[in-house]
Design a protein around this ligand. Structure first.
Ligand SMILES: Cc1cc2nc3c(=O)[nH]c(=O)nc-3n(C[C@H](O)[C@H](O)[C@H](O)COP(=O)(O)OP(=O)(O)OC[C@H]3O[C@@H](n4cnc5c(N)ncnc54)[C@H](O)[C@@H]3O)c2cc1C
Length: 412
């Protein structure tokens, strides 16, 4: 076991870090003012301005899995990412997680990363040409439509959306919500999960299809808020699908194979959030430490009150533990595959947001009333990370998977 970084691991992490510190962080005031002004549901100019710079620096599509993992699918598809391993990418994603909009600058933001992996792994050459190429160029964006308001969607067998074959087409009917990214006018395609055969075996009823968001019958009805934040222009939308007709060629992988795709999609995608979350926790501990040393109460710096020594120390311990688990999960995915790493993926999926939420909450406390205001990024960071205890499956579902593996290990 060697905990030191290889030259390549440090190289990419440092280049992402330098780019963020020299190009992204100085533009935070511009981002804030641009999001607040005018039509909030339009692309943010500062991100569009920085994307070509990141691309020119070779810091683009860093998440794309290494070629060997994909070679069996379509060797003729030339458009690859930077080919980082999950471990190498984990270190870069942590840096991106420090600023909420940074990952989009590198074309590495959710849900596009997970969706692009789906296209890459399971798409036909035609589907890739149509959707993956513009996604990898950062020209369009995408959404993933699984969750439905009518059913407990943490159990994907509940999904009710109907995908009915009709001649050379499929006709789709259903209602989805929490469709992240569907508020952005550049969002042109959705991966939609629904039932093609309600009578098939439980895990073969569902399929996934590709749906242009401008297809007749698709209505983006409203934006849902997260503790009052609408996350414009990305958004988390409620979408009505009313007799949406798509060609049979829009089926991904094959009828009844939706679960298979969901499993493939959520492995790396789940831990990308965790990596970014560790970056958000690093930002919070930094803000907390600075603030505590800069203000005096009851005759001494806040940092000298012993309760804050305890909180800072615990925050550092928790970050280090979480980072190690996250890197272990990434390393196992690289060496043994996503399936072999399923316990570690589930563990870090639960651990990372809980850890970050505790630290951000302490950082809010350290800032006093300012901590809950718009002047610091702590309130919005807490709200965003709180959703990660739900999105991509609630804690309980992942804990259940961990517990079942543990019970199996110690079975009578
Ligand atoms: C900001 C945000 C973005 C999202 N983006 C997307 C997206 O892009 N696409 C998409 O399809 N979905 C998205 N989601 C939805 C998310 O994936 C679902 O909310 C999640 O899967 C849970 O489904 P549900 O909301 O229907 O909760 P339910 O399934 O109704 O579950 C409610 C609660 O029941 C409990 N529970 C569930 N299972 C168990 C169990 N086995 N044991 C004990 N308790 C249990 C949990 O506490 C859970 O929180 C997003 C959600 C948020 C908040």
């Amino acid at each position: 076991m060697d905990f030191s970084l290889t030259e390549r691991e440090a190289h990419y992490r440092d280049r992402v870090r330098d780019f963020i510190e020299s190009h992204v962080r100085p533009r935070m005031p511009d981002y804030k003012s641009q999001v607040a002004e005018g039509d909030r549901w339009q692309p943010v100019p500062v991100i569009e301005e920085l994307k070509p710079k990141a691309r020119a620096a070779g810091l683009w599509n860093l998440f794309m899995p290494p070629a060997p993992a994909l070679a069996h699918v379509d060797e003729s598809f030339a458009f690859e990412g930077t080919q980082l391993t999950n471990l190498e990418y984990a270190l870069c994603a942590e840096e991106m997680g420090r600023i909420v909009w940074a990952s989009e600058v590198f074309n590495c933001s959710a849900p596009d990363t997970g969706n692009m992996e789906v296209f890459h792994r399971y798409g036909t050459r035609r589907q890739k040409d149509e959707w993956l190429a513009p996604l990898m160029n950062g020209e369009i964006r995408s959404a993933f439509l699984m969750t439905e308001p009518g059913v407990a969607s943490s159990d994907a067998t509940n999904i009710q959306c109907e995908i009915r074959r009709d001649g050379d087409d499929y006709v789709v009917n259903g209602r989805k919500w929490w469709s992240s990214g569907a508020g952005d006018p550049r969002c042109k395609v959705a991966i939609v999960m629904g039932k093609t055969d309600p009578d098939a075996k439980k895990h073969q009823q569902q399929s996934m299809v590709l749906m242009p968001l401008d297809a007749p019958g698709v209505t983006v009805e409203r934006a849902l808020t997260v503790y009052g934040y609408d996350d414009a222009p990305h958004g988390h939308m409620e979408v009505k699908l009313d007799n949406v007709r798509i060609p049979a060629s829009a089926m991904l992988l094959g009828e009844g194979r939706g679960f298979e795709i969901a499993q493939g999609r959520l492995g790396p995608g789940r831990i990308h959030h965790c990596m970014r979350t560790i970056g958000a926790a690093e930002e919070a501990i930094a803000a907390m430490a600075k603030r505590l040393q800069s203000r005096v109460a009851f005759g001494k710096a806040l940092s000298e009150h012993s309760v804050w020594e305890q909180r800072i120390a615990e925050a550092r311990i928790d970050i280090e533990m979480s980072r190690l688990l996250c890197l272990k999960a990434a390393d196992m995915m690289d060496k043994a595959g996503n399936k072999a790493a399923k316990a570690e993926i589930a563990m870090i999926k639960v651990a990372a947001p809980r850890m970050a939420l505790r630290i951000i909450d302490d950082a809010v406390q350290a800032h006093g009333a300012a901590g809950v205001s718009q002047d610091f990024n702590l309130a919005s960071s807490w709200a965003g990370i709180r959703t990660l205890r739900l999105a991509d499956g609630p804690d309980e579902v992942h804990n259940r998977a961990i517990a079942l593996m543990e019970f199996a290990r110690h079975g009578a």
